[in-house]
Design a protein around this ligand. Structure first.
Ligand code: F6P
Length: 548
């Protein structure tokens, strides 16, 4: 039985009108305990406030019933053992094994994979020690000061986001750079900042066949050889992270210079594996372990906590309520934290590549919406750009605010103002400002009745716009690990309820194939006629202008 046929879902649909009839203002004025009822703790460092959503305890109970009816408990358990969630690629999804303690057990075809994980972690640790201690020397005997991660998607976004988020912990004397794009401008910018003799390139690619990564890696190798002049020195400056040992060796990186992960780790769930090497190198291995520990704590929370108190489960159920019942198909994520500026981009891959699907696990078209459009920006910047739409736009966008009570940056006044702004935005979205309030304010400013009547409609904010606030004590490696894992699990639970495979990404393949052909067409001198008129026309114009 699909989502739409579930009795609990039908009940939820029946509740919609009544729920929408009650505004957030009314809900809060009728219930002084609303925050206490809907705010859930995660350990001692994090809490998530769901009170500003268009829901009630009855809706929450029905959503939990829906999850039970759809066997969510069994699916969660399967995330920690043999599963075939990624059935279209014949693969398991076992990223939880990547942050299991050494004595943990996650079985794949009867074999515990946790020892494999810890074997690789030990290799990463030893390698980090060599580089950080200065034992690992470049071709002219100098130590390494810069690492350049060459990878894209899941082989870029996680480590790039985390190293920036935890920049204040970068005390290993090693800078991280990231090259992902097919636009050579990014590689050129990075190369202009580094010294070949003191740089380590990490070629990161699960498949080791992604065109962007291979093109950038070849160009980086050519640049390195031009500077060094000795191909035998490549081994001191290039390592790889991949599941594809033969392709790594074909590229010219020896087996002992490759850090392995496994096909049961999806690219967008891989930052906990060797893909996190830039994190461990720049922050130190101990901090990488704290990141893993935070993620593992969230795994345990997912596994043992009742649905009612389970934060990722509640996040996912709320999105089902907002998307499939209330019809709100976009989610805005707003970290009030400058160093989390890549977090929305990270979440876009995590959620949209996972749940942007229109076919269910039985190969049939789904009859309901699935993955939302996820977007966002750090606060307060977003306030001066697009928050106008959040407050008065004709589409309602549920918002997720992320804030930290303490900042490690020593600007207490900034931080107070930052958090004040975050709280203000959530309050303004929820409660707005009605006509009478606006009119009273304008009159107090000395406007005449006619002027008030003219201006007031533009200043009215209906409010009643939902948001969730995630509050942590501080942005530590542990908390960040937990936060990321929380969103991973939200994504997974959504996929279970939508009955889709959250772990494949067939939709990106066609574009890759077409690009290969179009790249050839662009290189050819012949007039291109093989495509539609738009593509042919654009190719002609590109060729014309590229000759100028
Ligand atoms: O094209 C999409 C994708 O396969 C992502 O799922 C993945 O994270 C990214 O490309 C990079 O893939 P790889 O790590 O194999 O280079």
């Amino acid at each position: 039985m699909g989502l739409l046929e579930q009795p609990a879902f039908l009940t939820l649909q029946g509740m919609k009108t009544q729920q929408l009839a009650l505004s957030l203002s009314q809900r809060f004025s009728q219930d002084s305990q609303r925050f206490a009822t809907f705010c859930l703790p995660f350990g001692e460092h994090m809490q998530v406030d769901f009170s500003r959503q268009h829901w009630s305890v009855e809706v929450k109970a029905q959503l939990c019933a829906l999850a039970r009816d759809m066997k969510l408990g069994g699916a969660i358990e399967a995330l920690f053992g043999d599963n075939l969630f990624n059935h279209t690629e014949g693969r398991a999804a076992l990223h939880t094994a990547l942050r299991m303690p050494v004595d943990g057990c996650v079985k794949l075809q009867g074999e515990n994979v946790v020892p494999l994980v810890h074997y690789e972690l030990a290799r990463i640790k030893a390698f980090c020690k060599q580089v950080q201690s200065g034992d690992w020397l470049g071709f002219n005997g100098q130590t390494i000061t810069d690492v350049v991660n060459i990878g894209i998607g899941g082989s870029d976004l996680g480590p790039a986001m985390v190293t920036e988020a935890l920049a204040c912990y970068q005390d290993q004397g090693i800078r991280a750079h990231f090259v992902s794009n097919m636009d050579g401008a990014q590689l050129a910018q990075v190369l202009s900042q580094i010294d070949a003799a003191r740089t380590l390139f990490i070629v990161s690619s699960k498949s080791f066949s992604t065109d962007e990564t291979m093109t950038n890696a070849q160009a980086a190798r050519a640049w390195f050889l031009a500077a060094c002049g000795d191909a035998t020195q490549i081994k001191k400056h290039f390592v790889a992270v991949s599941t594809n040992a033969s392709a790594v060796q074909a590229f010219g990186i020896a087996a002992e210079q490759m850090f392995e992960f496994w096909d049961w780790v999806g690219g967008r769930f891989s930052l906990w594996s060797a893909i996190g090497l830039p994190i461990a190198l720049t922050l130190g291995f101990a901090r990488f372990e704290q990141l893993l520990a935070g993620a593992h704590a969230m795994d345990v929370h997912l596994r043992v906590t009742s649905f009612e108190q389970n934060i990722p489960v509640q996040m996912a159920l709320l999105s089902i309520w907002n998307i499939n019942v209330l019809g709100m198909n976009s989610e805005g994520v707003f970290p009030y934290c400058q160093v989390l500026k890549r977090f929305p981009a990270y979440l876009q891959q995590l959620n949209m590549e996972s749940n942007g699907k229109e076919v269910n696990n039985q190969g049939e078209r789904v009859a309901h919406n699935t993955g939302p459009i996820v977007w966002g920006e750090v606060g307060t910047n977003g306030q001066h750009a697009f928050f106008q739409l959040l407050h008065q736009g004709s589409q309602v966008v549920p918002a997720e605010f992320i804030g930290f009570a303490r900042s490690v940056y020593d600007y207490p006044e900034h931080h107070r103002k930052l958090l004040g702004n975050m709280l203000a935005q959530a309050e303004a979205m929820a409660f707005g400002k009605n006509y009478d309030q606006v009119a009273t304010e304008l009159a107090a400013e000395g406007l005449s009745d006619v002027e008030v009547a003219k201006l007031a409609p533009y200043k009215v904010m209906d409010g009643n716009r939902p948001s969730t606030t995630i509050l942590c004590d501080e942005l530590t490696p542990y908390n960040l690990g937990a936060l990321i894992a929380m969103y991973e699990h939200k994504t997974f639970v959504q996929g279970v309820l939508w009955n889709i495979n959250s772990f494949d990404q067939w939709g990106v393949e066609l574009g890759k194939k077409l690009a290969a052909r179009l790249i050839d067409d662009l290189a050819s001198d012949a007039v291109t006629t093989a495509h539609d008129s738009a593509t042919n026309g654009l190719i002609s114009q590109i060729k014309l202008w590229s000759k100028e």
